[in-house]
Design a protein around this ligand. Structure first.
Ligand code: GLU
Length: 441
């Protein structure tokens, strides 16, 4: 039975980068009928906020990425304490007292000597008396997990065979001086206890995985399968980390991006499969295959979401947007013809507003000086409303007969006078929707 988890820290809103992680884990579980856990990594009481936890759930629900259960690390502190004791009992956990400044100095010295900046384990040499003295002077130390200095190897679901020399990694700190459990300890306890079978996360976690493998083994747990997806970059390959704040899922929703567009793009971007618009999660689940993803950084362009959104909307029936149309004030009898015309001319649903305003109130006419007389004459030939599907043909024929104009010279000035724009919907289809035509010439 497959169990996956998405484990955000509720310290901010989730963005497109997080979405990839959430989606991959969701899809793996969904594809095998397994369990998808939403795990809130909230061991930091200062930075974790309920408001962010609520926002994360709201964003996932908007996308239809529903979870089977929620777990909160803050509910499990006793369990982490037990695990810490277990590590102490087997001699894999030690207290260290260096201040951040001391650690920094050590790192600088190592780098100057062209050595990797790995914690030197001086704390292991401290006697009980020395530790008591340091504790009295500096308060409680941090607790570090003592890595076995051997190669840590696993076959990554995306990166293939990996091997990391544990001696090149510092013994990870699992408990802070103030007693706060850190992510690494909490995460391995949770993965073991919840029977997580597959962990997919960003490639910035590869070194964490190496240390987590040893901690899970020390705790007697079963190792999940790991896969590390590449990180997103901007369209030019530039780092996205600073811009991720502007790519929060709620901002994209606010901008009118549709879930189907976001899911279709993110479930295939960076894989060998083409990005295609999928109208439903079922289709996305069906074709998902983690092994088709590559290790290279994945270029993401937020602009790609808009054509996909437009195509998705163009495929919707009027009943699927009935609520939006009603909210805009489109009368029920016009909903169908209005949607038929509008859906081909919008990128997001936000574009519907201006189209409806045009239909209801008419547009400021756009009349070039040289067309002023022509439009004045044409307006005298405009049939009375309400307009029908035949109105445009009848009107343009009459204007053609009266003025001798034809082709673009006939149609374009009339379109501009009626809609205030140089392009837009088929005029025969638009005319029956127009309640007012304001052009006077
Ligand atoms: N809270 C961690 C993060 O957001 C979770 C990483 C993991 O999946 O283990 O980076």
């Amino acid at each position: 039975m497959t169990t996956t988890r998405f484990a955000p820290s509720p310290t901010g809103y989730i963005h497109v980068g997080n979405l990839r992680t959430a989606l991959f884990n969701y899809l793996i579980a969904a594809k095998s009928g397994g369990t998808f856990i939403l795990r809130l990594d909230d061991t930091d009481p200062e930075r974790s906020k309920q408001e962010y936890a609520d926002a994360i759930m709201e964003d996932l629900e908007w996308l239809g990425l529903t979870w089977d259960r929620v777990e909160r690390q803050s509910d499990r502190l006793d369990r982490y304490e037990d695990a810490a004791q277990q590590l102490r009992d087997i001699g894999r956990f030690y207290e260290a007292f260096e201040t951040p400044t001391e650690l920094d100095l050590k790192r600088k010295k190592q780098l100057n000597m062209h050595k990797p900046p790995v914690y030197d384990r001086s704390a292991l040499a401290l006697s009980e008396d020395e530790k008591a003295a340091l504790r009295a002077e500096r308060g409680n130390g941090v607790w570090r997990f003592k890595l076995d200095h051997e190669r840590i190897e696993w076959t990554d679901g995306i990166l293939g065979d990996l091997s990391i020399d544990a001696a090149s990694v510092s013994d990870p700190v699992l408990i802070r001086g103030d007693g706060q459990f850190l992510y690494t300890l909490a995460s391995v306890c949770d993965d073991v206890d919840f029977g997580v079978t597959n962990v997919v996360r960003g490639s910035d976690h590869v070194t964490n995985t190496a240390t987590q493998i040893q901690i899970i083994q020390a705790l007697g747990g079963t190792l999940p399968a790991f896969a590390h997806h590449s990180l997103l970059t901007g369209p030019q390959g530039e780092a996205l980390s600073k811009r991720l704040g502007t790519l929060a899922l709620r901002d994209l929703r606010e901008a009118g991006v549709q879930p189907a567009a976001l899911l279709s793009l993110m479930a295939r971007l960076g894989s060998s499969q083409p990005v295609e618009l999928h109208g439903s999660l079922d289709e996305i689940i069906e074709g998902f295959d983690i092994s088709t993803f590559g290790a290279a950084p994945t270029k993401f362009d937020v602009q790609d979401l808009y054509p996909l959104t437009g195509r998705y909307l163009a495929g919707l029936s009027v009943s699927e947007v009935a609520a939006t149309l009603a909210e805009l004030g489109v009368p029920a009898e016009l909903a169908e013809p209005f949607w038929t015309v509008a859906r081909e001319n919008i990128t997001t649903l936000k574009d519907l507003g201006p189209w409806w305003t045009l239909c209801r109130d008419g547009a400021d006419p756009l009349i070039d000086d040289e067309d002023a007389d022509f439009i004045a004459q044409a307006m005298t030939l405009l049939p009375d409303g309400p307009y029908t599907a035949d109105s445009w043909g009848a009107w343009t024929n009459a204007v053609k007969d009266a003025t001798g104009r034809k082709g673009r010279g006939l149609f374009m000035p009339l379109r501009k006078a009626v809609t205030g724009m140089t392009n837009g919907p088929d005029m025969s289809a638009l005319m029956p929707l127009l309640q007012v035509i304001r052009a006077k010439g």
